[in-house]
Structures are given as C-alpha cells and as structure tokens.
Design a protein around this ligand. Sequence first.
Ligand code: C2E
Ligand code: MG
Ligand code: MG
Ligand code: MG
Length: 285
Amino acid sequence: CAKQKGRDNAQVFAPEMASVVVKKFGLEQEMHEALELGQFSLEYQPKVWGDKSHIIGLEALIRWHHPVKGRVSPVDFIPIAEESNLITKIGEWVIDEALKQQNRWRKIGLKLVPVAVNISGRHLIHDDFVPYISGKLKAYELSGALLEIEITEGVLLQDIERCIAVMKALKALNITISVDDFGTGYSSLSYLKRLPIDVLKIDQSFVDECGKHTEDTTICETIIHLARNLKLVTIAEGVETQEQAELLNQMGCQVYQGYYFYRPMPSSEAATLLHENLSFHKVSQ
Ligand code: C2E
Ligand code: MG
Ligand code: MG
Ligand code: MG
C-alpha cells in the first residue's frame, strides 16, 4: 500500500503533470488579478416568449478580456475556478454586477425583466450564498423576482438536503430557480419533486439535433411533457434555426434562447432591447 502510495505521489511530479499544474495555477492567479483589475464583464442573452419582440428575461454570461490572451471562454476558466473557492468570488462578482445593472436600468426608466446568473454547486451550498444575495437585493433595492438562479443538474447530486434548504430560502426571496443543461446530468428525476424548481432548460445538444434525429426529437418532446406535468416552464437553449423554433413550439415549449433570436450582447445593446420591449410588458401585466 505504501509502495502504491509512493508511486501515486511520484506521478504528481511527472514533468507533463507538472506543466498542467503550473498552467492551472497560473490561470487561477490570473483570475484573482482579473477580479481585482476589472477584466471581467457580463454579456446578456435574451430569453424570448414566442418571438423576438417578447423578451421575458436575460441571462448574464461572464466574459474575460485577458490583457495578453484576449477573450478567454468561460468554458476554459470556470471549471478551473470551480476547483477552489475562487468560484465563489467570481459568482459573487457576477451577482453584484448583474443586480447593479438592473438598478442602473431601472434608474433610466427601463421596464426590467429578470436577470439569470449561472451558479456553481460549490457556491450554491456555501454558507454566505443566500445572505450575500439578500444583502445585494436590499442594497440595490430590487425584488428577488428580478433575479433567477441557473444551476446544472449535477449540482443537485452533491448534497440534496443542503440544496433543498438553500432553494427554499431563495424561493422565500421570490427568486426563480432553473435547471440548466437539463438532460445531461444523469441524475435521478426524483429530485424534481423534492426541489422548488421553476424552470427546465433543455440542453443545447438535444435542441441542436431536434428534428434531425428521432432520438433527440423524442427527448425534447419528453422533457417538455415532463415539465408541463410538473407545472414547470421549459426553455429551449441554443436554438439556431427557424425549423427548430417551430418544431419546439409545436411540442409546447414556451421560452426560447439562441442565436436564431439573439446572441449574447453587451449591456448597452440589451438596454436598447428593453426599451423596445416596453409596450409588450405594459400589455401583459
Ligand atoms: P450555459 O449557461 O448553458 O450558457 C449557454 C451557452 O451557450 C453560452 O456560452 C451561450 O453564449 C451559448 N449559446 C447561446 N445560444 C447559442 C446558440 O444558438 N448556439 C450555440 N452554439 N451556442 C449558444 P458561453 O457564454 O460561452 O458560456 C458557456 C458556459 O459557461 C455556460 O453554459 C455556463 O455553464 C458557463 N458560464 C458562463 N457564464 C458563467 C458565469 O457567470 N458563472 C458560471 N458559474 N458559469 C458561467
Ligand atoms: Mg445558463
Ligand atoms: Mg445551458
Ligand atoms: Mg452549457
């Protein structure tokens, strides 16, 4: 056993491993700096009800403008941040920035729609998570109804009891809870009835092939029916064509997100859309 252990330890110091460790550590250091130096920003991708003129929400997506590397994708740095408490710092920055933006938009007279932030499992179950959010909602004088939390299915497998407690606290603040990338987490469906979830977001990979492959078409249809029976809203993410949108609409999907409607955009462009969106929301409320 000791021998085995020794061999495992030795592996950590193999040159090729060492370079991976150094690279990761480097990126982690750079993310700390990025937070301090203001290299992160948010883009917003609209969620639409029916067609492009009916925006019912925005999803905040983090962007990193690295001074040397240029734009670094969240797909490349979020997983590394998730390995430490850095993800909590980044998540807090995102929440603060998104709510600050809501407050600015309200001050210039825009009719607000809920803004969704992506939250990692480690952050969701952190002791400071709910107090941080409620503090920010107070500071920016916003109702929790203007905030939505997107979490991936995998998160729910980690510590279900803790998740239930946190989500109940979020619901008490009127915050919407969505399951992101639904269908890819390989988790038991029983959590759907134990957790106060409001929305299922059908993963892009199923939407991509919807109408092309029978299996994916069936999966989309099944998720939409499941959601309807559980009284949850379904959002299709990654909708790129009119055909996909029409097919999903026939299946009973309610909300759409994807390049066919809008790409993620800077806050200034999102503000323009909110401005044009005004009349619809006046009518609907
Ligand atoms: P996600 O939350 O599922 O976000 C959807 C991703 O799909 C976004 O990529 C978005 O730009 C992209 N997308 C939207 N519509 C389309 C489409 O029609 N076609 C295609 N091909 N892609 C589309 P992005 O911004 O690169 O983010 C990737 C992932 O990184 C996100 O997936 C999310 O898991 C994570 N992420 C982004 N921002 C944050 C953040 O602030 N915090 C955390 N923890 N994760 C984040
Ligand atoms: Mg998301
Ligand atoms: Mg997703
Ligand atoms: Mg995703």
